[in-house]
Design a protein around this ligand. Sequence first.
Ligand SMILES: Cc1ncc(C[n+]2csc(CCOP(=O)(O)OP(=O)(O)O)c2C)c(N)n1
Ligand SMILES: [Mg+2]
Length: 344
Amino acid sequence: MACSRSTADSQTRSVGASRLPVGLNPEDLLEMYSTMVLVRTLDERIWLMNRQGKAAIVASSQGHEAAQLGAVWAMRTAPGAAYFPYYRDLGMMIALGVSPLETMLGFMAKKGETFSGARQFPLHGARPDLKLFNLSNVVSTQIPHAVGYALGCKMSGDTTITMTTFGDGGASAGDFHEGMNFAAVHRLPILFFCENNRYAISVPMSQQMAIEDIADRAAGYGMPGVVVDGTDILATYQATKEAVDRAVRGDGPTLIEAKVERYLPHTSDDDDTRYRTKDELEEARKHDPLKLLHDYLADAGILTNEVDQRLLEQAKTEVNQATDQAESAPFPDPDDFLEHVYAS
Ligand SMILES: Cc1ncc(C[n+]2csc(CCOP(=O)(O)OP(=O)(O)O)c2C)c(N)n1
Ligand SMILES: [Mg+2]
């Protein structure tokens, strides 16, 4: 079973001059775009806050946004959805309903962040009300958790579909292989969503594995593996939607490999000039998911300059307000330090 490649053109319907994947209309695309503008604006601000010494550590989502948002939009078509993401999934979290304010409180470690009471890594912990379990940055430990959740759903007759995300480096961890195997054996309603940015910190793909497509590994466990351009939100939506439908039908899990770009260093503690060239980064910038979606919408007559400017202004205002509020918020009370850590 070789992996397949998915594009936005393989199952489309015409909408005016443009062609959209089944199930999406122009309003959906504008909402996707405005969310992407917000996520990029917020991510850029968080990076600045780090440079000002106000956010301790940041793993940026810049370059991954189309993959994350396309995946969430497709998961919204499931009867219910649960998420076990990883540390780079800011876009996914915003699309699920985490506010810019809560994000800022998390990154600045301020009181009011509800995932973990502002303990670091930022936004680690859970928002059970959103079925969002961002438990740890220990690479790939979220995968067995997600598989266990999907097993629980199947056993109890809950129709929720589970998604777990991870990077290319995460796909070499034992937890990935164990989770994939178990999920395929038990035909669990789960999607394994790999955001492949070709680097595990400074280690390039060529030194991580001897294959080109991580999706090829799916065959070894007995599930479909799909490669998709993760800078193309429509292609990602479509590939993920097909996997969601498969899980809803009871046909089991799918591995989706979204090829993405990572525009910033691994984290704010990393210096990527030591292992990748300016030329490589410039080339990657040509596939900027935000620009690709902007150009697509503008060409299709769905996005005007005026609306674009308004969305950008709205995003800036929202991010400014979140920043101001988080800056003036207090740090957690030191006496709360052990709360939720030990049972009393
Ligand atoms: C079990 C474990 N080993 C090592 C690390 C250190 N570490 C943090 S992120 C990372 C690389 C992960 O790369 P990838 O999965 O490709 O995700 P990306 O950061 O590129 O999105 C490593 C090795 C860790 N957090 N957990
Ligand atoms: Mg990576």
